[in-house]
Design a protein around this ligand. Sequence first.
Ligand code: SF4
Ligand code: SF4
Length: 306
Amino acid sequence: MLLINYMNERKINLVSSSPRRKELLSKIIPTFTVSPHKISEDMLKNEDGLSYVKRIVSKKANQQNVKADEILISADTIILFNNTIIGKPTSYEDAKRILSLLSNNKHEVITGVCIKDHQKEYVFSVKTQVFFNSMSEDLIEEYLDKEIYADKAGGYGIQQDDFNFIKYIKGSYTNVMGLPMKELIDHLENLYQLHVSSDEIESLELDYPKKYKKNEEKRNQPYKYSFQIDQDKCITCDWCMKEKPHDDCILMFNELKLDEENNIISSKKTERFREAKHIWINSDDCTRCGICMQVCPVNAISRTRN
Ligand code: SF4
Ligand code: SF4
C-alpha cells in the first residue's frame, strides 16, 4: 500500500457514497472518513459535461464546513455519448436503452474531483475514451438481470467480472472506476508538497486488467505497412505508451542496439517508463492501427509500405 504519511496528520474526508472510490482511495490513504452527499445533481440549462461535473463536485465539497485539520475529496463521474450526458440509469429499461446506445460505439467517461481544505479549493477533471464491443439485446438483458447496474454511470462497472463488453480504453482506467488515481496523487503532491514514490503511482494505473488493452481480432493478418520509431527523433515522452491498444505493441528498453536494417542485436527491456531510454514498436504485436503515429508530438513514428 502506498502511504502518504503527511496525509495521516490531516483528516481526510471522502465525500462520496461510491464503494469503488472508497476502495481506490484506501490504496493510498489508510484511514479516512466517508460522508455521503445530499445535494441535487440536476443539470443547468445548456450546461456542458465538463462544467457539470466540476460544478457538482464543488457543490458536494461545499455542503459541509471544513475543519482546519481536514481535507475533503469529492468526485463525480458521468458518461458523454455524442456530446450528451449520460448519468446513472433510472430503471431497468433506462439501463437497457443506455447500453444499447453504447454498444459497438465509443463514449467518454469524465470524472471531476474537488480537493478542499479550510483555505483553498481545487477542482480538476479527467477524461477516458471507452470502446464497446457489440452487445445483443439478449446479452444486455443477461447482464442487467444480475442487478448490478443501478448505481453506476452508464449502467456498467468496468471492474465487474460480469461486464465483458469493453473492447479497449484510451486513458486512465481508475478514472472509469470513478477516481483518477494518478492525477489525484499529482494534485495532492502539488497542493501539499508531498513526495510520493513514482513507481507506486505508475503501478496504480498500470496494474489494471490487461484484457481491456487487448484487441486480438486483427492479429496474424498479412499487413501492407509496418511502423517504426526513429530513435534519434523520439523524446521518450509517454504519449504512445499511454494510447497503445495492445500490451506489447510498443516496448520500452533501457538498452537497445540495432543493425542497419533496424533489427535488434541486443536489448534490455524495462516495464518502468521512467527508466526507459528507448521506445520500440514490436511488429509481431502491432495491428497497424496507427494510433501511436497520430499521438506522437515530434513525428518520430513513420509508416512504410512493405
Ligand atoms: S500502430 Fe497501433 S498497434 Fe501498432 S504499435 Fe502503433 S499503436 Fe500499437
Ligand atoms: S510518442 Fe513519439 S516521442 Fe513519445 S515516446 Fe512515443 S515515439 Fe517517442
